[in-house]
Ligand binder design. Structure first.
Ligand code: ADP
Ligand code: MG
Length: 371
């Protein structure tokens, strides 16, 4: 079986600078693939190559076995590659229903008439699409009244209306609320049942929600691939995300994750809790203020929620680590008053840590200044 998409030794040079550097990548039909990587890794350029916006300096991209070289963007779109850009491109004066109708018609006229593309098995109706994207109750109001998230979903719907074989989605949750982010994840997962999708994303928590297979890009090449757990624990990934000049170790990352999970216990992670964690950890992991600022930024990208404590805590290898974890977690949940959900999570943490009660008492009595 040929892969749906194959990128073979692709290099893209901009005046000698290699935005993509001998990149190899392959995915099969039906996959939902998430691509992550630090800023400047080449993620957008990667999509630009697939859509024909940028031509490889060397190497080739093949879609369904066909070399994409020299094909114009609109031709590649007709081959069945649909791209969703970061800013929604919907007609604001039209309703969601009208926007979708336009996309469906474009599909019929251009694809079906010109190219005799056989209708896909799951031919979608406007009504069905509105339901899929959760906008059936807002179908007939002007799109300008939709929230940012709803506009994103509408644009995803408009792409799906054109029945692409491969959907490319660039940072779909930037600027969305937590609830919208989660709903976007659900939408993409439901679309993934009948589409091949590549999602580029920064938001680690979102990636964890949807990711099956993750590809990490770094300096224009694939650094590693695997499940979210595999890539998040890969020391090379930790290193590129946190910067080589800092001294963060997998143990320190674990401390960050547990603390973040505690902070998420009550379903909200308020900014006081977040700055407390970031302040404490950046001061602990980096020694100079110049190092702390970028580290804080990087750490904030890693505050993944919904990792069960029973998965994280057993990875702590020493009593010193367990004590540190307890200390910081206690401080975090106390920062804005302890509620029921937080108390329950904390109790679970204490029992998983399995520290002697007198140590727990001593730690709880310690103020954060001595941390
Ligand atoms: P990402 O999306 O992962 O942040 P990009 O693909 O946007 O990364 O960029 C990769 C690198 O290539 C960056 O260093 C960027 O500055 C550079 N780059 C991207 N497009 C161009 C261009 N048109 N001209 C010159 N350099 C570019
Ligand atoms: Mg980008």
């Amino acid at each position: 079986m040929t892969a749906l998409l194959e990128i073979e030794n692709v290099t893209v040079s901009f005046d000698g600078f290699k935005a993509l550097n001998d990149l190899n990548f392959s995915m099969n039909a039906g996959e939902l693939r998430v691509i992550i990587g630090p800023n400047g890794a080449g993620k957008t350029t990667f999509l630009d190559v697939i859509t024909g916006k940028v031509q490889p300096t060397s190497g080739q991209a093949r879609f369904k076995g066909k070399n994409l070289k020299k094909h114009a963007e609109h031709t590649i779109a007709r081959f069945g590659i649909g791209r969703k850009f970061q800013t929604p491109r919907v007609y604001l004066n039209l309703t969601p229903r009208e926007n979708l109708e336009l996309s469906c018609n474009r599909n019929k006229n251009v694809f079906a008439t010109l190219f005799k593309k056989t209708p896909t098995a799951e031919k979608r109706t406007v009504g069905g699409l509105l339901e899929t994207i959760g906008l059936d109750h807002k179908a007939d109001m002007p799109a300008e009244l939709l929230s940012h998230g709803e506009k994103q979903w509408l644009e995803i719907g408009m792409l799906v209306a054109q029945s692409p074989d491969l959907l490319l989605v660039d940072e779909p949750v930037a600027g969305l609320t937590d609830e919208e982010t989660e709903q976007t994840g659900n939408l993409l997962m439901s679309l993934a049942e009948s589409h091949s999708i590549i999602v580029i994303e920064h938001d680690m928590e979102f990636v964890r929600q949807i990711a099956r297979q993750v590809t990490v890009l770094h300096e224009g090449s694939v650094l590693c691939e695997g499940t979210m757990d595999e890539v998040q624990n890969d020391p090379r990934v930790i290193e590129v995300y946190l910067g080589q000049e800092t001294s963060i170790t997998p143990e320190q990352l674990l401390l960050l994750r547990i603390t973040a999970t505690m902070a998420w216990a009550d379903g909200s992670f308020d900014s006081a809790e977040q700055s407390l964690i970031l302040d404490q950890l950046s001061r602990k992991f980096a020694h100079t203020p110049e190092e702390q600022a970028p580290l804080k930024e990087e750490l904030s990208n890693l505050l993944a929620k919904k990792i069960p404590l029973e998965e994280l805590v057993p990875q702590l290898t020493s009593d010193a680590q367990r004590e540190q974890t307890l200390l910081l977690s206690y401080e975090v949940i106390r920062s804005n008053g302890i509620n029921k959900a937080e108390a329950a999570s904390y109790q679970q943490l204490v029992s998983l840590l399995n520290l002697p009660p007198d140590i727990v008492n001593r730690l709880e009595a310690t103020t954060v200044e001595t941390f």
